[in-house]
Design a protein around this ligand. Structure first.
Ligand code: PHE
Length: 452
């Protein structure tokens, strides 16, 4: 019982700790692979411009909306929405929890691949035939065991609580991740022939600026990458104090997340081109799937020679692991904190039971990749957009005094009336448009995967 009382909910030790944890949530597999690939495929610099535009226009306003509900209520998503909007808003909180279940279900499987790769580089050295290795690691017993390991590690951190679990891990891991990434990007820069990689990444198609498909990708990518639309930022903000500056935190988190995505691009393409593997970028669409991260890059590493390739492989996959696990932690925290508040469970019980349930839900993805695609299409693309749409409507129209809440602790108070106007009139139409086209796309892709 005691665990459910507000005073013992836990809180961040410092604002820096909160920002590192939130950056940890935002920086994930979405930055390290999805962003660079989308940028290269969707008009290079034009995509980057649209992406930054979407981060500013919809991403940061929605993040601030989640912050205002989280810190304002000091509660986990369902209770927070009910506190400010009444019982009618409970389903939105339940949608957040459902999205957490599904996303972490498949995210844990991918993070499991990352663990297997890190381990292989550590113990065996470079991977000579990554295609075969990926085939052996992606599904089956190995995949399930690695996924269970990821979930155990995630549970271990979340059980530790907000300050001594999540904050402690993030404050240590995130700076380490930045260092490794910058180091690898600088290394890639000095490889002869890397220029072609930058040319590929930035190959600019200005027509893309006016292409709805590209706009939709940029907006969807911004939501996923900033961990919006499923209550992760709401939950993390519920552990903040009134002295913390919410708008400033949102700028830092958005900036760091975009920066990491960009640096990942500056690392990946120069490496691939410097080592003459750009052929892998043409032809089949395999490079676009997450599997390519586990095939093309390891090929690059093995062509660096056994010793260098091994070191680069260890560093890269370890960084990827850090990015993935800190995102997984935030996904589990949404579900755990909800179970603590609404079911009155202890943190230990909530984390163990919910973590195990999510692990079970993810197992089909570790057995057949078509479930992984299915989960990603449903949660990553559709549920997040629905969640983001309704939280914008909630804070834009329903919540009584969001501006007053956000005003506490900030020096940027002047921008807040504009913020609410954007939440009311700009964000919802964009999200409705995205939602319609995402649903059509998800429907087509799911019926392709499962039919015939
Ligand atoms: N932002 C994470 C990434 O880029 C994914 C994520 C989505 C994490 C939603 C938490 C909530 O990989």
């Amino acid at each position: 019982m005691a665990a459910a009382s507000p005073s013992s909910r836990g809180s961040w030790g410092t604002q820096f700790g909160f920002i590192m944890a939130a950056v940890g949530s935002a920086v994930g597999l979405g930055n390290m692979w999805r962003f660079p690939y989308q940028m290269a495929e969707n008009g290079g610099a034009a995509f980057l411009i649209l992406y930054v535009g979407m981060v500013l226009l919809i991403g940061l306003p929605i993040m601030l909306a989640e912050f205002s509900v989280g810190r304002g209520s000091g509660k986990s998503p369902i209770d927070a929405l009910v506190a400010f909007g009444g019982k009618k808003w409970k389903p939105l909180g339940m949608l957040f929890v459902a999205a957490g279940f599904i996303i972490l279900g498949y995210y844990g499987v991918i993070a499991g691949w990352v663990i297997q790769y890190t381990w292989t580089y550590l113990v065996d050295g470079v991977i000579v035939d990554p295609g075969a290795t990926f085939g052996a690691y992606a599904t089956g017993t190995n995949a399930v065991m690695a996924q269970v390991l990821v979930m155990l590690l995630t549970i271990g951190v979340v059980i530790g609580g907000v300050q001594s679990g999540i904050e402690r891990a993030s404050v240590f891991l995130m700076p380490l991740l930045f260092l490794i990434l910058i180091g690898l990007a600088v290394y890639a820069f000095f490889l002869p022939g890397s220029g072609a990689g930058y040319a590929y990444l930035f190959k600019t198609d200005f027509g893309a600026l006016f292409d709805f498909g590209v706009l939709r990708s940029a907006a969807g990518q911004a939501l996923f990458s900033l961990s919006l639309g499923m209550g992760a930022m709401l939950t993390y903000a519920s552990y903040l104090s009134k002295q913390d500056d919410l708008p400033k935190s949102a700028f830092y988190i958005g900036g760091a997340d975009t920066g990491v995505a960009f640096i990942a691009g500056l690392m990946i393409f120069p490496l691939i081109f410097a080592l003459g593997l750009e052929g892998a970028l043409q032809g089949d669409e395999s490079i676009g799937t997450v599997g390519a991260l586990f095939i093309t890059l390891p090929e690059t590493f093995s062509s660096m020679g056994p010793a260098t390739g091994r070191v680069v492989g260890i560093l890269f996959f370890f960084a990827l692991f850090v990015a993935a696990i800190t995102s997984a932690i935030s996904l589990l925290e949404v579900v755990t904190s909800t179970a603590i508040d609404t079911l009155k469970w202890s943190r230990r019980k909530a984390t163990l039971i919910m973590g195990s349930a999510i692990c079970l839900i993810g197992i089909p993805c570790a057995i057949d990749l078509k479930y992984l695609t299915l989960y990603d299409e449903i949660a990553g693309e559709v549920l997040l957009v629905i969640g983001a749409l309704f939280i914008s409507l909630f804070v834009g129209w329903r919540m009584k005094n969001p501006i007053e809440e956000v005003q506490q602790g900030t020096t940027l108070g002047r921008i807040l009336p504009g913020w609410r106007t954007v939440l009311r009139y700009v964000v919802p139409p964009i999200l409705v448009f995205i939602l319609i086209s995402q649903v059509i796309k998800a429907y087509t892709e799911i019926s392709n995967a499962f039919g015939g």
